[in-house]
Design a protein. Sequence first.
Length: 196
Amino acid sequence: MNGADETNIIQLHNNESQAQGLETATPGNLEKVRDILFGAQMRDFDRRFAKIEERLMKETSDLREETRRRFDSLENFVKQEVNALSDRIKSEGQQRSGANDDITRELRDTAKSIGQKINQLDEQTSQAHRDIREHILSQSKELAEEIRRRHEEISSSLNREARELRSDKADRSALANLFTELAMRLNNEFKLPGED
């Protein structure tokens, strides 16, 4: 349990009017209690979402930089190949005019091979982008489902305990124990007998 949760519980324990008013708790009061109990957890979820978004931006930037470097390298390679082939064409054209067909075919094959490499690199880059997006989307869905499940569990527990408090007319000490237990559950510190 962190300091903020302890402070909130002590304030609830010491505030007699809130403890007595919970017997006839209104939706507004329950919302205040939820805000006190869920505040730190929601900030933690916000931080986790921000980290996921930051990682996505970094991986996208890294991928963009890697793609740019590969294209630059490929462009240099193409230029060198074209220049080399052009030089060969000129040289061999002067020596043997009949060899032009072979050189042209070689140049065409090289250009086709380079085109295939460019297409392959583009496909790999697109697949990497898709994989990153799917991974981040999957994590986001899992986190959202976890938030929803925890919210439902705690809301259900809070509503059940509130009904019990109204029916049993619990005293301030029982109310303090209730909020202590809820805070421990939020921080996964509460263990039922037999749980390890």
